[in-house]
Design a protein around this ligand. Structure first.
Ligand SMILES: Cc1ncc(COP(=O)(O)O)c(C=O)c1O
Length: 410
C-alpha cells in the first residue's frame, strides 16, 4: 500500500472524485500537447519594464484585495478588454460588463457553477475542447454532441437535437461553442450561421456559452462579430490572454449582461484573481497588443506551414488535414482502421506527446483515428523531427503510413 492509501484522508475523500494526478516527470522531447504558446514570442523584457513601472507607480494598491477596485478585477485591464472586444469582436461593452478570471478555465467553472447540476443536459460541439467535456461530466451532466462541418455546428442537425430534447421534456442548460477558430477543428463560423444559431437559441430558450479563446489569432486578421455582439441577452462570453500573450499568466475574462454577471460574481469566492499580473498586462497591452498579436499570428502561421509540409512529407495521402483558420492546433485524421490510442502511450514513452482525438470528442469512438497537434511550442526543426517520429511510431503500431518522403517504409 502507498502512503496515500493508508493515510487518514483516504477514507475521508468524498466519492466520485477523478483519478489522482500523476507526478510531473518533465516535458516530452517532442511536445505537441496542451495549448502552450511559442516561448520566443513572449515579450519578456517588455513585461519586465511594465512590471517595474506599475509596481513603482501603484505597488501600494496590492495592500488591498482586488487592488481596491472591486471583485471584477483591475479597472484598467477591464477597460482594455472592453475596448479590444469592441474593435476586434464587435462587442459594445464597458469595463462594468467584464469579470477578470484566473484563465478562461475559471470562467468555465463559474458558468457551469451557476447553470449545470447532476442530470442536466448540455450541448457541446461533437469535437471540442477536452476540458469542456470533462468539466460537465464531473458535474454529472449529460453531454449531447452537435455535429460539425467546415463552418462549425450544423444547424439542421442542431434543430433536430433541440426538437428531440424538447419532445423528451428536456431544456439543455446551454450550447457551448467555440465559433471563432474552433478547437480542435480550426473553423470559423460564418456570420449567417451565427444568426441561425442565435435564432435557434431564442426559439428553444437555450442559452449560448461562447468561448473565444483563439479569436485574436486569425490568419486573415478580421473575423465575424462574436455571438455576444449579435445578441448579448442570449450569450455568455469568455476569452483569454493565454493564447494571445502567455498561458502561465492565467488571465481570462468573462462578459455577460448584469443579471447573469452579478449571479456569477456572487459565486467567485477566491477574493480576486492575481492582481499583479493584471496590472502588468494592462500596462503592457495598452500600447502593444495589436503589434504583438500581428507578429505572434505571423509566427504561428509560419509554424502551421511547417507542420502541414512535414505531415504531407511523412504521411502523404494517409493523412487528412483540417487546416485551421488561425490558432495553434492542427486536427488530422488517419485512415479509419487506425486507432491512435494504440500508440499514444508508446509514443509518450519515446518522448513524443500528442493529443489522441478521443479526448477531444463527445463520443470518443467517433475520433479514434484523429490526432490534435499543437504546433506553437516546438521550434520548426522540432516540428519536422517530431512529425517524422510520429510517422515512425505510427507505422510501427498500425502499418500507417506505408510510405514517407515517397519511400516505402519497411
Ligand atoms: C477552447 C478553450 N477554452 C479555454 C481554454 C482554457 O484556457 P485558459 O484557462 O488558459 O484561458 C482552452 C485551453 O486550451 C481552450 O482551448
Amino acid at each position: 500500500m502507498t502512503a496515500a492509501e493508508t493515510s487518514v484522508f483516504q477514507s475521508a475523500f468524498r466519492p466520485g472524485l477523478p483519478p489522482p494526478a500523476p507526478r510531473f516527470t518533465g516535458l516530452p522531447r517532442y511536445n505537441f500537447v496542451y495549448g502552450h504558446n511559442d516561448p520566443s514570442q513572449v515579450p519578456a523584457h517588455e513585461l519586465a519594464d511594465a512590471a517595474s513601472a506599475v509596481l513603482n507607480a501603484n505597488g501600494h494598491l496590492l495592500g488591498m484585495y482586488n487592488l481596491g477596485q472591486g471583485p471584477q478585477g483591475h479597472k484598467g485591464l477591464r477597460e482594455f478588454v472592453a475596448a479590444k472586444l469592441g474593435t476586434r469582436s464587435g462587442i459594445p461593452c464597458t469595463a462594468d460588463d467584464v469579470l477578470l478570471t484566473s484563465g478562461s478555465l475559471q470562467g468555465m467553472d463559474l458558468v457551469n457553477g451557476v447553470l449545470v447540476g447532476p442530470g442536466d443536459t448540455v450541448i457541446l460541439e461533437e469535437f471540442t475542447y477536452g476540458g469542456a467535456i470533462s468539466k460537465v461530466q464531473r458535474l454529472g451532466a449529460k453531454v449531447v454532441a452537435a455535429p460539425l462541418d467546415g463552418d462549425g455546428i450544423r444547424m439542421d442537425a442542431l434543430r433536430r437535437i433541440l426538437e428531440r430534447l424538447r419532445g423528451e421534456g428536456v431544456t439543455p442548460k446551454y450550447i457551448y461553442t467555440i465559433p471563432t477558430v474552433q478547437n480542435p477543428t480550426g473553423t470559423i463560423m460564418p456570420l449567417a450561421r451565427r444568426h441561425e444559431l442565435l435564432n435557434l437559441s431564442r426559439e428553444f430558450g437555450v442559452p449560448i456559452f461562447e468561448d473565444e479563446c483563439y479569436a485574436d489569432l486569425v490568419w486573415e486578421g478580421s473575423r465575424p462579430p462574436a455571438l455576444y455582439a449579435l445578441d448579448p441577452a442570449q450569450v455568455v462570453h469568455i476569452g483569454s490572454f493565454s493564447k494571445s500573450l502567455a498561458p502561465a499568466l492565467r488571465i481570462g475574462y468573462l462578459v455577460a449582461q448584469w443579471p447573469v454577471l452579478s449571479q456569477i460574481i456572487g459565486t467567485k469566492t477566491d477574493a480576486g484573481s492575481g492582481a499583479l499580473e493584471q496590472m502588468v498586462v494592462a500596462e503592457y497591452l495598452r500600447d502593444n497588443f495589436d503589434t504583438h498579436v500581428t507578429e505572434l499570428t505571423a509566427t504561428l502561421h509560419g509554424k502551421l506551414e511547417t507542420i502541414v509540409d512535414a505531415l504531407a512529407q511523412e504521411f502523404g495521402t494517409a493523412v487528412e488535414m483540417f487546416v485551421p483558420k488561425g490558432g495553434i492546433f492542427l486536427w488530422l485524421k488517419l485512415p479509419d482502421h487506425v486507432d491512435v490510442r494504440t500508440f499514444a502511450q508508446a509514443a509518450l514513452q519515446q518522448g513524443l506527446a500528442f493529443n489522441p482525438g478521443p479526448e477531444w470528442a463527445c463520443d470518443p469512438e467517433a475520433a479514434k483515428s484523429h490526432i490534435r497537434l499543437c504546433f506553437a511550442l516546438p521550434t520548426k526543426e522540432d516540428i519536422r523531427a517530431g512529425v517524422a517520429e510520429l510517422a515512425r511510431i505510427s507505422f510501427e503500431h498500425t502499418g500507417v503510413p506505408e510510405r514517407s518522403a515517397n519511400r516505402a517504409r519497411a
